[in-house]
Design a binder for this molecule. Structure first.
Ligand SMILES: Cc1cc2nc3c(=O)[nH]c(=O)nc-3n(C[C@H](O)[C@H](O)[C@H](O)COP(=O)(O)OP(=O)(O)OC[C@H]3O[C@@H](n4cnc5c(N)ncnc54)[C@H](O)[C@@H]3O)c2cc1C
Length: 377
């Protein structure tokens, strides 16, 4: 789809834009920002991924906690069906109760139902101000406990990102040695985990008051000295660390990665449980992610593991992690989708009735099974 790379129209009056699916997410964000508009979904891969891929995976990213995920910004799309017919799934309107919602059905369908060839997105006004706090915690569990507490206070940050110290250290080395872009901001030492908490809006006084309220909440937990990023450079560096964790963790070893999601209040049990399963199955994990949404990325590290352990023991351990997630009221993927790697585990999260409904939908759209065969089911 690389050649479907045009932004066809930015309709400022209706806060909408029509694009082709091969537009790079960041290119689109920058184009609408030039007009004072905001397209919030911002997967960390935004410099390389396509809007069509974002829709097909229903991607999220750090800002999803306040602004929602890709599916929350799509109004309508043109789709080429596997039968060769071309449809528009909805209408370019803010409300629509006209029949089944085919637009939303396409979101997260991972290329199994049709090929998206045009997308109509809705946009917002661009928030002019933001503040960013780096909050260090003594342990992963303490950081996870603080998250639900922030939201209970009625504060909605525009990002609540978590990373373990190991992830931060690896990424700082990666930025220096691989990207050639050293990070001068220091991570507070002797800490177990960090939360990066961003608040955005248009009124600086309101933001500062909300930041004080966040501080008052996190002080109830075991924290170190909070870093208030007071320059653009510091903000950029902290986001650079967060957004490069994924390639940094994969830099010196092979990983399997998952992106489970649980209700926020269950995060402490989840993080403790993952580490216990790791001990039981002999693997090391590095965790990070969009914990404001309850969405944790788990990287299972291969390091010196034998082929046998990597191919059999780790997948068994991953199954145990998924069972834990479901027992905590969560599910297998918050934003990366199912694809091939989570397919064998689908029955942990879904019963046969649900799976059969999905298989039926697939058959109606794609009777010959020609689009992304073998994905999801
Ligand atoms: C470093 C890194 C960081 C990431 N961070 C995040 C993050 O913060 N949040 C998040 O949600 N995800 C994240 N991701 C995963 C993310 O989902 C993808 O990067 C992105 O959304 C996929 O877009 P893509 O263009 O790469 O799609 P691809 O990987 O090429 O495709 C993804 C799926 O979409 C289907 N597809 C693609 N185009 C179309 C189309 N036009 N019509 C129908 N189906 C189509 C494909 O068949 C495939 O099944 C990250 C990935 C990486 C590598």
């Amino acid at each position: 789809m690389e050649r479907f790379n045009k932004i066809l129209n930015i309709d400022e009056l209706n806060l909408q834009a029509t694009v082709e699916p091969g537009v790079i997410t960041e290119v689109f964000q920058n184009a609408v920002k030039e007009k004072g508009l905001f397209y919030p979904p911002d997967p960390s891969s935004k410099g390389s991924c396509f809007l069509g891929g974002n829709l097909a995976n229903n991607s999220g990213g750090p800002k999803a906690v306040k602004y929602g995920v890709t599916r929350d910004y799509v109004l309508n799309m043109e789709v080429v069906l596997p039968t060769g017919e071309i449809i528009w799934t909805g209408a370019n309107v803010m409300k629509n109760s006209t029949g089944y919602n085919l637009t939303q059905l396409m979101c997260g369908s991972e290329g199994t139902l049709g090929v998206i060839t045009k997308i109509v997105f809705k946009l917002r006004g661009y928030p002019q101000k933001n503040v960013l706090l780096l909050i260090p915690f003594t342990t992963n569990e303490e950081a996870c406990k603080a998250i639900a507490a922030i939201f209970i206070e009625g504060i909605t940050p525009s990002g609540v990102e978590f990373f373990e110290r190991e992830a931060g250290i690896k990424t700082i080395a990666y930025c220096d040695q691989v990207l050639g872009s050293p990070v001068t901001t220091q991570l507070p030492e002797n800490m177990g985990a960090y939360l990066l908490c961003e608040l955005d809006g248009n009124d600086e006084d309101v933001l500062m008051k909300d930041a004080e309220r966040v501080m008052a909440v996190v002080e109830r937990f075991e924290i170190g000295e909070v870093l208030f990023a007071d320059s653009t450079l510091q903000k950029e560096e902290l986001w650079k660390v967060r957004k490069n964790i994924s390639p940094a963790v994969n830099w010196k070893t092979v990983t399997k990665s998952d992106d489970v999601v649980v209700p926020r209040s269950q995060l402490p049990q989840l993080i403790v449980g993952i580490k216990e399963i790791g001990k039981q199955y002999d693997f090391n994990t590095v965790c990070f992610g969009h914990l404001g949404d309850g969405n944790l990325h788990i990287n299972f590290l291969r390091d010196g593991m034998s082929d046998h352990d990597w191919e059999t023991k780790v997948p068994e351990g991953i199954g145990e992690v998924f069972k834990l997630v479901v027992s905590l009221g969560g599910t297998l993927s918050g934003e990366h989708g199912v694809g091939i790697t989570k397919r064998p585990y689908m029955s942990i999260a879904m019963n046969e009735v649900n799976l059969n409904l999905m298989r039926g939908i697939k058959k109606v759209f794609d009777p010959n099974g020609i689009l992304n065969p073998g994905k999801i089911f």
